[in-house]
Design a protein around this ligand. Structure first.
Ligand SMILES: Cc1cc2nc3c(=O)[nH]c(=O)nc-3n(C[C@H](O)[C@H](O)[C@H](O)COP(=O)(O)O)c2cc1C
Length: 257
């Protein structure tokens, strides 16, 4: 992505990368990404994000601790990762199938799938990872929304500057390990991390273009003609809510993502 590209080009160029070169991002660029992310809106301007930026030896120490926790099955998630049994679960299964295939891993390849999780926990080789924590504000849902906005600014800023990143909820499955290594207080809960750097553009997995459902499956219009070319109203709302499936699937993959 070149500097000063139109905004919509940046939005569409942002895709998750899953194999990175070890080359560090210059400090000035990381600083600029952080400044962009800091411009995110938040409830009552609370700016609740607490960000731990990890590189170099600290990055390697954290990756090793995460890999050890994985091998010893020491999971400690702060939040559930339940997709239900409807359309969201189906989309997750499709995403897992496509991503494992791009990693060259067959559905039946148990060890291959574990290797993909290990690659996740090694930040897909990225030289930097930002861990995004939530302070103890109510049930933390509002703060989580704010941190999501921060994260998207972060990812788009990386893209606009020629770098790539990937949000990783799998890191939060090992929240206690992350807190231990980074000496983060227990009241800060880990939402997810963003690994980032320069993508290995030769890796097939970095060229995935994950589909999006049509707008009609996400948006209900009320008295806003000409946007979706669909009839609107309460009937439309119930059809969106009841949508059983995007496409037929027989996959039973579980997504590591
Ligand atoms: C909050 C969040 C957590 C995610 N966690 C992971 C993860 O742990 N591992 C992974 O490989 N991808 C993860 N992803 C990436 C999603 O799979 C990806 O965003 C989705 O498939 C759409 O693809 P795209 O980002 O290339 O557009 C996560 C994305 C988000 C927004």
């Amino acid at each position: 992505m070149v500097a000063d590209a139109p905004f919509t080009d940046v939005v569409r160029a942002r895709r998750s990368a899953r194999r990175f070169l070890p080359t560090p991002v210059p400090a000035a660029d990381i600083r600029a990404v952080l400044e962009d992310a800091q411009q995110a809106p938040s409830n009552s301007n609370t700016q609740p994000w607490v960000v731990h930026l990890v590189s170099g030896p600290a990055r390697d120490t954290l990756a090793q601790a995460l890999l050890d926790a994985f091998e010893q099955e020491r999971t400690s998630p702060d939040f559930t990762g339940d997709y239900g049994d409807g359309v969201h679960q189906e989309r997750s299964q499709q995403q897992a199938a496509v991503t494992y295939a791009a990693h060259g891993v067959e559905r039946s390849d148990h060890e291959g799938r574990r290797d993909v999780v290990r690659a996740n926990l090694d930040f897909y080789g990225a030289p930097h990872v930002a861990l995004l924590f939530l302070p103890p504000l109510g049930d933390r849902v509002r703060a989580a929304g704010d941190v999501g906005m921060y994260a998207q600014n972060f990812l788009l800023s990386l893209t606009a500057r020629g770098y790539r990143g990937i949000p990783q909820a799998v890191l939060s499955v090992y929240a206690d390990t992350v807190r231990d290594v980074l000496q983060v207080p227990a009241e800060l809960k880990l939402l997810f991390g963003i690994s980032f750097g320069t993508a290995d553009e030769e890796a097939e997995v970095n060229h995935l273009k994950m589909p999006r459902v049509p707008l009609q499956r996400s948006v209900v219009v009320h008295d806003t003609p000409g946007v979706l070319h669909e009839r609107s109203g309460p009937d439309r709302a119930s059809r969106v809510a009841a949508a059983p499936s995007d496409t037929p699937t027989t996959s039973t993959e579980e997504s590591p993502t």
